[in-house]
Ligand binder design. Structure first.
Ligand SMILES: [Zn+2]
Length: 252
């Protein structure tokens, strides 16, 4: 395991430096399993529907947290000018231990159906105060053969363009079934309903979709490949999504 990518104090320290250099606030939203959890809001979020970005809800997916920070560090102007709601790491207990779950063994990404889990309850509370235009949830997958993504709501071009940007660094997963679902050239578009998740628990992306976020993309890198390539692929995916949002900002 790559030590520094699992060093939560270091990660948040870098976010703090970046936020203060941009005049943004790193706000504490909850303390879970002994760790503080933060969000970053850009100033424009007050006046326009935001782009929601989140990483590290599974602690064994460190290219997500590294990629989100690297993207932010590389795009200060964008952070200043566009509306963002950013969650740098939603499962620090897991990140530090290289574990998918939280301290109680819960998959935090199956707890968005209600307010029982302190992390998702805090995220829901923060996110509900804002209009959201798009969301990207950053993940990794041990079984993946390449990059792939889940997307909800068209335009369907969106997912394809994101993969094209990221496959500069890692080729896409071309399996026709991924995680038990039908996939096409690295894109999965499962049909969703609230009912589907009543038993298994609701993922972050599904909650965002059901509450009206126009576009949600769950981006995955294959965790067996090098951390550097995975981080670059994550950065490229975020950059592409943000570019597309900027171009489509006036579409309503
Ligand atoms: Zn994950």
């Amino acid at each position: 395991m790559h030590r520094s990518s699992h060093d939560y104090t270091h990660l948040i320290g870098r976010w703090r430096v970046l936020a203060s250099s941009l005049g943004l606030r790193l706000s504490l939203i909850a303390k879970v399993d002994g760790y503080p959890i933060y969000c970053v809001k850009s100033a424009r979020l007050r006046s326009a529907p935001g782009v929601y970005l989140s990483a590290g809800i599974h602690g064994d997916e460190p290219a997500s947290t590294e990629g989100l920070l690297a993207w932010a560090e590389g795009n200060p102007v964008c952070l200043r000018e566009m509306p963002f709601l950013i969650f740098p790491c939603l499962n620090p207990w897991g990140l530090v231990r290289n574990k998918r779950s939280d301290a109680s063994g819960n998959d935090v990404n199956r707890t968005f159906q209600g307010d029982e889990h302190p992390t998702s309850a805090a995220v829901r509370r923060v996110a509900e105060a804002h209009r959201l235009a798009a969301a990207m949830l950053l993940h990794e997958d041990y079984d993946a053969h390449g990059i792939y993504l889940y997307e909800q709501r068209q335009p369907s071009l969106f997912g394809e363009l994101i993969l094209q940007a990221a496959e500069t660094f890692i080729p896409r997963d071309t399996r026709t079934r991924v995680d038990g679902r039908k996939a096409r050239e690295g894109i999965l578009r499962p049909r969703l309903s609230a009912k589907l998740f009543e038993k298994g628990g609701c993922p972050e992306a599904v909650w965002l979709h059901l509450r009206g976020c126009r576009r949600t993309v769950t981006f995955e890198t294959p965790s067996e490949m090098s951390l550097e390539a995975r981080t670059l692929a994550q950065v490229a995916a975020i950059e592409r999504l943000v570019d597309l949002q900027r171009q489509g900002a006036d579409e309503g």
